[in-house]
Design a protein around this ligand. Structure first.
Ligand SMILES: [Zn+2]
Length: 366
């Protein structure tokens, strides 16, 4: 990509507002992050994509010289229940910040991401809540395909015009990914995949999963959908998942992931370890002098005990969020690195079995 190489399979930490919460870019680099995700909805509303373009684009503005993927803003807008209206043209919504009225269309989602200058831009798609009926899902999927075609046509127009475009294009090497929808209905997934591939993108995402459906259903939709996507282009599972999901979905052919779990859970005191999850709030850690995870080499584990981290959390110290986030992200990024090594050494099946066995060693409430 224009800002560097990303080794796959890859995990992308979520940097909603141009910042991975509670984490310095320096620490992200050290933990092995090669690409981060930025949220178009948030950056468009504040500080604004035009302001960011005037600063030279998102990479320069936030001081992250490595690859960035931006979403289309759709997911956040569709989550604004009661504050948005959707029609064929796009979505009309009220800002969660000040109630001001905005429109997001397939074309404006392309323009905003062109101004941000991310390395990978996503098409605007319609996101349904789970569960949804087959009819609703079919109609929504068909609209997403029409929007994908509009996004691609507009993207080509804007990127081809380059400096002559009406939009300030911050990254002429930007790629655009299409998104396969269709809920948990495999025939709709197949139709969506075929239509999206026919439009033609640099990579393909599977959207609309990890929204509350049973885990086995998610895995089977991933398996069956991945098979239809080109093997020589990146395949991205949006919004997933747990460490076990990463391993299981790599096994099914996924190359890219993003998820708020490691960062959000860290701020709530839930930590991922090589032996399962622990909750640092629990009284059992009050006098535990060991690290979060003896198998982890992150700064937090090298420096601090569970007892101290529990104290910081209960005292409401900001460093609790930073130290816990650094550990959880290191765990996720290390897992991806180990997966890549295992694939190279052709030992992935063995890695997968051992990983799932040790990940379930602790109960969810440890
Ligand atoms: Zn650690």
């Amino acid at each position: 990509m224009p800002h560097g190489t990303v080794q796959t399979p890859a995990f992308m930490p979520v940097g909603t507002q141009g910042s991975v919460k509670a984490t310095l870019h320096r620490d992200l680099e050290q933990a092995g992050a090669q690409i981060i995700l930025g949220n178009t909805y948030h950056l468009y509303l504040r500080p604004g994509d035009q302001l960011i373009a005037r600063r030279g684009g998102l990479h320069r503005f936030i001081g992250w010289p490595h690859p960035i993927l931006t979403d289309s803003g759709g997911y956040q807008v569709f989550s604004l229940a009661g504050r948005r209206k959707i029609d064929e043209q796009g979505a009309e919504f009220r800002s969660h910040l000040d109630g001001s009225l905005h429109r997001l269309s397939p074309e404006s989602a392309v323009d905003i991401q062109a101004r941000l200058g991310s390395d990978i831009a996503m098409v605007l798609d319609e996101c349904l809540a789970y569960p949804a009926s087959r009819d609703e899902t079919a109609q929504s999927m068909e609209r997403s395909v029409r929007w994908a075609a509009r996004c691609r046509a507009h993207f080509r127009q804007v990127l081809d015009a380059g400096a002559a475009a009406d939009v300030a294009v911050m990254n002429l090497g930007q790629a655009q990914f299409g998104i396969v929808q269709g809920g948990v209905f495999q025939d709709l997934r197949d139709q969506s995949a075929d239509a999206t591939i026919a439009i033609g993108f640099e990579g393909y995402a599977i959207g609309g999963l990890s929204v509350g459906e049973p885990i086995d259903l998610m895995y089977s939709v991933v398996s069956d959908t991945v098979r239809r996507l080109p093997e020589d282009q990146p395949r991205y599972l949006m919004g997933a998942g747990t460490p076990e999901d990463l391993v299981e979905c790599v096994a099914r052919g996924i190359d890219m992931f993003d998820c708020v779990l490691p960062t959000r859970n860290a701020r709530n005191g839930q930590l991922f370890t090589s032996e399962g999850r622990i909750n640092i709030k629990n009284a059992r850690y009050a006098e535990d002098d060991g690290p979060i995870d003896p198998a982890c080499g992150c700064y937090t584990c090298r420096t601090h005990s569970r007892a101290y981290l529990r104290h910081l959390y209960l005292a409401g110290e900001m460093t609790a969020g930073s130290l816990n986030t650094l550990h959880n992200l290191t765990f996720y990024l290390d897992t991806m690195r180990r997966i890549r090594e295992a694939i190279t050494l052709r030992t992935f099946d063995k890695f997968r079995q051992e990983f799932l066995r040790s990940a379930s060693r602790l109960s969810p409430n440890s």
